[in-house]
Design a binder for this molecule. Structure first.
Ligand SMILES: Nc1nc2c(c(=O)[nH]1)N[C@H]1C(S)=C(S)[C@@H](COP(=O)(O)O)O[C@H]1N2
Ligand SMILES: [Mo]
Length: 318
């Protein structure tokens, strides 16, 4: 077991969290029985120990990314997930443990100089991991703030050596209905697919995630590798990626295929553009009763607003 160093993101949290909550969280981390997370934690520890890249965590924190709110409790974020491959409830953490995340490889194909299949551990070791505090805003109007570990998506794009004709990246999640019972529900367009433009993919904010809370990702977060696109609604942040395709055709995502009038390609956060069935004006922070006003581009406009200049004709916000 590594010696527990105080992490940057723990400091503001300890300042902002009532002492009783903080103390129970510390006893959880020390391996004691805690409140919410007691059931999930033993499994969590197993997953981390069997990860061949576990020695790379925690990674140094990138100080450019700061939060305007406390970090969401690990036990809360770990037990409230959207991962439809394992069911449509938020309590999919236990079911998701069935996902075998090693061996795992990612196919990089389409409009690239050379198509290839990369082993996850080789990929992770070839990249420089860093930790980033990001907010995540689900289209369902809940939100969280978490320390992700990973590397810029731009680094994968560079490694892939795309052809100049490539305009989009299309991502695909694993497909295995034997393990993921949700994938037996044939009315969904499995496998889960997402896409971004090359400009979005190479934006500084677009992040490929391999860890959370200073450890390798646990399955329910989309192990062993998922996206984090914090200025877009959470459904764009596709989990458990097995394929990245460079293409000149705009990918049709899982949710767009299912309900194009509700979920579009761009899906940038905007409090003033309601979902057809509910308002997007505010968001509830997981683990709290706190409602916060939602902010355009989820507060990341300084990084990404320029990507969308001159695109007024597009449905940028759904
Ligand atoms: N493959 C896959 N990726 C997915 C989803 C999913 O169901 N399957 N859900 C999305 C949605 S709607 C959200 S809000 C985030 C949730 O991420 P979290 O569970 O890590 O908070 O994952 C996204 N990525
Ligand atoms: Mo979501």
């Amino acid at each position: 077991m590594l010696i527990k160093r105080p992490r940057g993101w723990e400091l503001p949290e300890s300042a902002a969290t009532p002492e009783s909550v903080w103390l129970s969280r510390r006893s959880l981390m020390a391996g004691g029985a805690g409140m919410i997370g007691a059931a999930a934690l033993p499994r969590l520890a197993q997953a981390q120990e069997s990860d061949p890249t576990a020695d790379l965590y925690p990674a140094p924190q990138d100080p450019r990314f700061t939060l305007d709110r406390p970090v969401t409790e690990e036990a809360v974020a770990s037990n409230y997930n959207n991962f439809y491959e394992f069911g449509s409830s938020k309590r999919v953490a236990a079911a998701a443990q069935r996902l075998e995340t090693r061996p795992w490889s990612i196919v990089v194909d389409g409009m690239v100089e050379e198509e290839r299949t990369i082993d996850i551990d080789e990929l992770v070791r070839a990249m420089t991991l860093e930790e980033r505090l990001y907010r995540l805003r689900c289209v369902e109007a809940w939100a969280m703030a978490v320390p992700w570990t990973g590397f810029p998506l731009a680094d994968l794009v560079e490694m892939a050596r795309p052809l100049s004709s490539a305009r989009y990246l299309r991502f695909e999640t694993f497909m295995n209905p034997d393990v993921a019972s949700g994938q037996r529900q044939s009315w969904y367009p499995w496998p889960y697919v997402e896409g971004v433009t090359m400009e979005e993919a190479t934006n500084e904010l677009a992040f490929l995630v391999t860890g959370i809370y200073g450890k390798p990702l646990d399955e329910q977060f989309g192990a062993p590798i998922r996206l984090a696109l914090p200025w877009k609604y959470g459904f764009k942040s596709i989990k458990s990626i097995v394929r990245v395709t460079f293409t000149d055709e705009r990918p049709v995502s899982f949710w767009e295929e299912l309900a194009a009038q509700e979920y579009g390609f761009w899906a940038n956060v905007n409090p003033e553009v309601p979902h057809p069935r509910w308002s997007q004006a505010t968001e509830r922070m997981l683990g709290t009763d706190e409602e916060r006003p939602t902010v355009i581009y989820n507060g990341y406009g300084e990084w990404v607003a320029s990507l969308y200049e001159g695109m007024e004709g597009e449905r940028l916000f759904m």
